[in-house]
Design a protein around this ligand. Structure first.
Ligand code: CA
Ligand code: CA
Length: 223
């Protein structure tokens, strides 16, 4: 229970009283977590590390939905999080927008799919990339969690790799296409059966400032 923080009771000590134990639910007021994918342990077990506190993303709000999208068009994924009002006497709580000020230091590739034989958004398509010894896969989804929808673009973090050696697309109808030797740090749009085009990303802000996630407030209800 020590990991739980109720908004109005946090650090008051009342939380630990027997009076409050067993007769109410504290669900929904845990600190948010942000898990960094550290790859696999020896033997293949996945390893994730909670970096929320270090990056200022450990809200105690009653958060319910999250969406990943590159809001500032610098190539890394930022986060939008929506919240229930909880017990703070307000009808709504503004969504949080967490800007990633770290990811743009490494290489990346963004992929936008346009279907022509099936659905236009290419929902159900799978994209594979290979850059040196780094292999990745992304699925084009529709709906990505409770009340949330991630960006329709697929993002591949490439670390220090300066080229994507090969990219495959498997479209929803099962047909496949591949493209070789793609430049990194760009958005490419692939139209089913019609090829690939490179598109410039217009950077909305100077992403060179700051060294950690920076909190901003987004209007409306979030993702
Ligand atoms: Ca970004
Ligand atoms: Ca960034």
């Amino acid at each position: 229970m020590s990991a739980v923080a109720h908004i109005s009771e946090y650090k008051t000590g009342r939380f630990y009283s027997d009076e409050y134990r067993g007769d109410m639910s504290w669900n929904g007021y845990e600190h948010n977590v942000l898990l960094r994918n550290d790859g696999c342990e020896r033997g293949g077990a996945p390893r994730f590390v909670d970096v929320a506190m270090a990056l200022g993303a450990d809200d105690v709000l009653d958060s319910r939905g999250v969406a990943f999208v590159d809001f500032d068009n610098d190539g890394d994924l930022d986060l939008a999080i929506n919240h229930n009002p909880g017990d703070n006497d307000r009808q709504t709580v503004p969504a949080s927008l967490l800007r990633n000020d770290v990811g743009q230091r490494r290489h990346w590739l963004a992929v936008e799919l346009v279907g022509t034989q099936g659905n236009r958004d290419a929902v159900g398509a799978v994209v594979y990339t290979e850059a040196g010894d780094l292999q990745q896969m992304r699925l084009r989804e529709a709906g990505s969690g409770y009340a949330s929808q991630h960006s329709g673009r697929l993002y591949f973090g490439l670390g220090d790799h300066q080229r994507v050696d090969r990219l495959w697309v498997r479209w929803p109808n099962g047909s496949e296409e591949s493209f070789d030797r793609l430049a990194v740090d760009q958005l490419v749009r692939i139209i089913e059966g019609e090829g690939l085009e490179e598109l410039p990303l217009q950077r909305a802000i100077d992403a060179s400032v700051g060294t950690s996630a920076e909190r901003e407030t987004a209007p409306g209800q979030g993702p």
